[in-house]
Design a protein around this ligand. Structure first.
Ligand SMILES: C[S@@+](CC[C@H](N)C(=O)[O-])C[C@H]1O[C@@H](n2cnc3c(N)ncnc32)[C@H](O)[C@@H]1O
Length: 308
């Protein structure tokens, strides 16, 4: 039976480690990829092989490569695809198989930046479509003659499981537990001018992630789950708790790391730049590891390093 839902297809230690993505998102990402006849295509994250089959249908199986870190999944996908008489190049591992250059790279796992191997194996003029680990961001970048890739975040929101490092056997270790509140002596309490509406705006959340790449954002909801009442921003060792009181005033309790001061600064900057939507944020990345996001133009002066 077909439905527009994502399907978890593998669990490891209670964490989803493979899935068939939401069909409407698969379709939106394939549109963004804009594949043409005769192009060589690389998929990152074979999983079930479903998306691989769609790519084979578009350009022919001899032009498709797909890499999957879990060798068991590669074997299963190979069997499934063989049943459709498709024999793309399936590789167990990470990075990009050396069968490039590729005209198109489609990642189906999230990354904090663009891995060097994908840029190195991309043809000049080639396109990478990749989801990021923060803010539900999805980027489309194109390789220029100088070997750099540059492009923009898309309007589409894409939440994908994180890319596992080469050799990893378990789930990616991106999840960080909420630390306990700090000892009272290290606590700062203050009012906040940040409003809840802005905090709930997905484009502001992406903006905030760029300012605080090491932090996680945890929404606080009312007891009956009907309304958002605050936000916890935390790293592995520090936290700031923001809540709205009965008078509608935002209040913050934060420890010495003062994460909320950065939230306030990001909020002021976001409004000063007319509440930028995600399509106003671009990315430039080089295979040598220099990667950054920027607002409007690469030299606008509003820029953030990407933590690859
Ligand atoms: C969302 S699922 C893939 C969905 C798949 N394209 C499909 O159509 O079923 C993401 C996959 O990426 C794989 N993966 C995670 N890290 C990887 C890496 N570094 N290189 C290749 N695959 C990876 C996971 O094992 C998982 O199967």
């Amino acid at each position: 039976m077909y439905s527009d839902t994502f399907l978890a297809t593998q669990w490891t230690d209670g964490v989803i480690t493979s899935s068939a993505s939401l069909p409407s998102l698969v379709s939106a990402m394939l549109h963004l990829l804009d594949v043409h006849d005769g192009q060589q295509v690389l998929e990152i994250g074979t999983g079930t092989g479903y998306n691989t089959a769609l790519l084979c249908h578009r350009v022919g199986d001899t032009r498709v490569a797909s890499v999957e870190i879990d060798p068991t999944l590669v074997d299963d996908a190979r069997d499934q695809l063989a049943g459709l008489r498709l024999e793309p190049l399936l590789v167990a591992g990470a990075g990009a198989p050396q069968a490039g250059p590729y005209d198109r790279v489609l990642s189906t796992c999230a990354s904090p930046g663009i891995p060097a191997a994908w840029i190195e194996q991309l043809a000049d003029g080639g396109v990478i479509v990749a989801p990021f680990t923060f803010g539900g961001a999805l980027a489309k970048v194109t390789r220029t003659g100088s070997g750099e890739v540059s492009g923009w975040f898309d309007t589409e929101h894409a939440w994908f499981m994180p890319l596992r490092p080469a050799g990893a056997t378990g789930p990616a270790g991106l999840l960080v537990d909420l630390p306990d509140p700090a000892a009272p002596a290290a606590i700062h309490e203050n009012d906040s001018t940040v409003d809840l509406d802005t905090l709930q705006d997905p484009d502001f959340r992406l903006w905030l992630c760029l300012h605080l790449p090491e932090a996680r954002l945890v929404p606080v909801v009312s007891d009956d789950l009907s309304a958002h009442t605050g936000l916890i921003v935390h790293t592995a060792t520090h936290r700031a708790d923001y809540t709205i009181d009965a008078d509608g005033q935002g209040r913050v309790i934060q420890d010495d790391r003062r994460l909320w001061d950065t939230v306030e600064a990001a909020w002021r900057a976001w409004h000063a730049h007319d509440a930028p939507s995600r399509e106003r944020i671009g990315i430039t990345a080089r295979a040598d590891g220099v990667q950054r996001a920027w607002l409007d133009t690469p030299d606008s002066g509003v820029t953030w390093p990407l933590p690859l």
